[in-house]
Design a protein around this ligand. Structure first.
Ligand code: SF4
Length: 491
């Protein structure tokens, strides 16, 4: 009986998942480009291009390696698998690495697919559950330190390399002035890319590689040209550079073209050669074995219903500026949304402190915001976005993941971005026609939820600040007009 190895578009790797140890003489590969995936939602075309072109390149490589590959287009994944089963003469069983979302897991399970363990992460779901079940609060820092020791990364025995676990205080520099940013790779397009672009009726940017070779080149470019200065500027937002020293590796980690282990190893080898500062390598390793593994583990641990939480009762419709950068005069927001329109990506601080901050403080419905993030980011797998948006970005889980909401006014953005100088608004003002919407909305948000936040000792400073405001009536009035203006696309 033949094995049919189903490879979802986020498991594109011959050394991990269901293809580990696969044999072209006895195994057949199945891949499905489902219509649901392509047209089911208003996906960003850059994202679709990246996912589909990567999958088609992978199928071509599998054929080169001697596999019989059934890559088909179908109305849904299950319909595609049914067609593949019908086309095969011999009796066969489907196998797949554990899928990355609840929905796909259930669908494939109901279809009778047999699962092997998902090893696209360095922490198995079972291991993460064992950690989470022992915690009173799910503090990422605790998980991360245990990961460092468990995986033997940047540790000497059980002590941290460099003497400290955390270099965040050194890694909060504002964007530098008159700085020459190293160039990022541009990925040339081939026949497969051109075919996908034509089908999508779209001219993709050259930002994202669609092959393993391209992903490895991206990794090498990051290690060689960016890792050394990654840490200090990781939280900054520059006007003259959209990527700063960020790795741009998340799309490849999330579709399987790169594996977390090789990325960690490359960073550690560079550090051990003496070329990289500890605060930079630590900050990067934290993102991979800390945040990434933690978010993935929490997605499974918190369960399917976590996605629907809305504990701040935020029910505003998605603001027009999210789908059209011309619908705002807020310099920082317009710039970030415009970057996303171009290449379906922005780094973690624009995501958190600009986009999510705005959704949080205006009370946009968390599920609408989650859907928009899923649709518009090249690396936005369901498991990434659900905990990030419901827990971290919109505090819709009431604090299960993060002890306090990530709300900030214009002062923070004025320090960490270069956008305020050329903006129509003044980050220092909370009232008046030229008040920064973020500053007004920050206080209004605290005011709207002050009864709830007063019970949170980590919010006591903010609530004390709110209580000292002498112009709260004016702030409320300005906030109402800001929200109205944002809804009309004129603020
Ligand atoms: Fe953004 Fe406010 Fe600064 Fe304008 S003033 S760029 S809206 S933070």
């Amino acid at each position: 009986m033949a094995r049919i190895l189903y490879v979802p578009f986020d498991h594109l790797n011959f050394d991990f998942g269901v293809l580990k140890g696969a044999d072209p003489a006895s195994d057949v590969i199945a891949m499905v480009e489902s219509q649901r995936m392509v047209t089911g939602r208003p996906w960003h075309k850059e994202r679709l291009f990246f996912l589909i072109a990567s999958a088609r390149h992978f199928a071509a490589e599998a054929r080169r390696r001697g596999f019989e590959v059934h890559y088909i287009q179908a109305s849904s994944t299950i319909e595609g698998l049914k067609q593949i089963a019908t086309n095969l003469v011999a009796e066969s069983t489907f196998h797949c690495a554990e899928p990355s979302s609840f929905r796909q897991y259930q669908q494939l399970k109901d279809f009778g697919v047999e699962f092997v363990e998902n090893d696209f992460f360095m922490t198995t779901r079972k291991h993460f559950f064992m950690w989470a079940e022992r915690q009173k609060t799910f503090v990422m820092e605790n998980f991360y330190r245990a990961q460092r020791v468990r995986l033997g990364v940047l540790v000497n025995g059980s002590d941290p390399e460099g003497g400290r676990w955390n270099y965040d205080s050194e890694n909060r520099l504002p964007p530098p002035k008159n700085y020459v940013w190293p160039p990022y790779l541009l990925h040339e397009r081939d026949v497969i890319d051109a075919e996908v672009a034509a089908e999508l009726n779209f001219e993709p940017s050259k930002t994202w590689a669609t092959t393993r070779a391209g992903a490895l080149a991206q990794l090498d470019n990051f290690i060689t040209n960016h890792l050394q200065s990654f840490g200090p500027y990781e939280d900054a937002i520059a006007e003259d550079n959209w990527a700063l020293h960020h790795s741009l590796l998340s799309p490849y980690l999330n579709n399987g073209l790169l594996n977390a282990r090789e990325v960690v190893e490359a960073a550690v080898v560079a550090y051990e050669s003496g070329a990289i500062a500890i605060q930079s390598v630590e900050a990067f390793i934290r993102q991979i074995i800390g945040w990434r593994e933690y978010i993935h583990g929490m997605y499974w641990f918190l369960g399917e219903s976590y996605r629907e939480q809305n504990q701040l009762s935020a029910n505003r419709q998605l603001l027009p500026l999210f789908t059209d950068s011309s619908k705002t005069r807020m310099n920082c927001v317009r710039s970030v949304v415009s970057d996303i329109e171009t290449r379906a990506w922005a780094h973690h601080i624009p995501r958190l402190m600009v986009l999510s901050n705005l959704a949080l403080t205006t009370g946009v419905n968390p599920q609408e915001f989650l859907d928009w993030m899923r649709e518009n980011f090249v690396d936005a797998n369901e498991w990434v976005m659900v905990p990030n948006i419901i827990g971290m970005a919109t505090h819709a889980d009431g604090g299960t993941l993060m002890t306090k909401p990530y709300a900030a006014g214009g002062a923070y953005l004025n320090r960490m971005t270069q956008h305020c100088k050329g903006c129509a608004y003044d980050p220092k003002k909370r009232i008046g026609d030229d008040a920064c919407p973020f500053t007004t909305l920050y206080w209004d948000f605290l005011d709207r939820h002050k009864d709830l936040f007063a019970k949170n000792h980590r919010m006591s400073q903010q609530i004390a600040g709110l209580n000292r405001l002498g112009d709260l009536h004016e702030v409320r009035a300005r906030a109402a007009s800001v929200i109205n203006g944002l809804e009309q696309g004129i603020i």
